[in-house]
Unconditional design. Structure first.
Length: 168
């Protein structure tokens, strides 16, 4: 969709070319742009959650429960594992969501000592609204790219991510 404009990374890269022409700044430029893109996109993405009174992590809990399918419930440790967070951090999130009436803790029918976390009707309604806006927002963020460019970006970022994650 046209050539990109000069950005702050170009300025930094030019300064390094001037000061250290012996260094290849291509990787720094690409990773610098990916890092900046992550920050700027996160701000636009989080604006959708904030408009509905949610923090990103709270949305993540609601969305994880929603993706689980009916009856939209999981145990707290499974939620914590899925979201890669501590049990204590999950407890705090669940407390806030329960206080807001978006989730409820219920006894696990299979183990009376355990509990499950379930979406309330209000939580289900809210997450369906927010996830719709979230998907639309992400599509809007990528709208500058053609279908072909989006597919290529997806392929490249997947390749890079799987390689880095494999390295540990």
């Amino acid at each position: 969709m046209g050539e990109p404009k000069i950005d702050a990374v170009d300025v930094i890269q030019e300064q390094w070319r001037r000061e250290r022409p012996d260094l290849d700044g291509e990787a720094m430029a690409i990773l610098g742009r990916l890092g900046r893109l992550s920050v700027v996109a996160a701000e636009k993405i989080e604006a959708v959650f904030t408009a509905h009174g949610l923090q990103r992590g709270e949305f993540d809990v609601l969305a994880t429960l929603r993706r689980a399918g009916e009856p939209y419930e999981l145990n707290p440790s499974g939620l914590a594992d899925t979201l890669m967070m501590s049990r204590a951090g999950m407890t705090g999130r669940l407390d806030r969501l329960e206080q807001a009436g978006l989730v409820r803790r219920i006894a696990d029918a299979g183990d009376r000592r355990a509990i499950k976390v379930a979406l309330t009707d209000r939580g289900l309604h809210l997450v369906d609204i927010v996830v719709t806006e979230h998907f639309e927002n992400e599509t809007r963020i990528l709208s500058v790219l053609s279908d072909k460019e989006r597919k290529e970006l997806d392929r490249i970022t997947r390749l890079l991510l799987t390689d880095l994650e494999r390295e540990g």
